[in-house]
Design a protein. Sequence first.
Length: 136
Amino acid sequence: MTDETRREIARRLASELALRTVISPRRPGQGFQTFGEFKRTIGVAGSGLAWHHIVGQTTSNLQRFGAQAIHNTGNLVRLEHGTGSIHQEISNLYNSVQPELTGTNTLTVRAWLGTQSFEEQQDFGIRVIIAFGGTV
């Protein structure tokens, strides 16, 4: 995917977020203390797939929201994994600077997202998955 395509997705997401009036409720699910415990209980994602945290498993998010919210069946989805996959493209977007989305020329999307509430991060994460052609 080109940088221009990624910027176009960021512009579309920014428009969607500007129009948002209701934040999606937390997706219910079973929580785990670690990602490893989740995978031992639920299993591997499957061939060519990876588990993707809708609300990222950053140190800050784990401290703010707790492991049971982050490593939760309501916060993890299977995504195609590998070079050029939806999982890689989402990571590329999160690691890029997208001023039209974040309102800043200095923060990556991931850093900007980390300032949002759990519900806002989850709503955004779901929108990103859908924007890249995935399902939740």
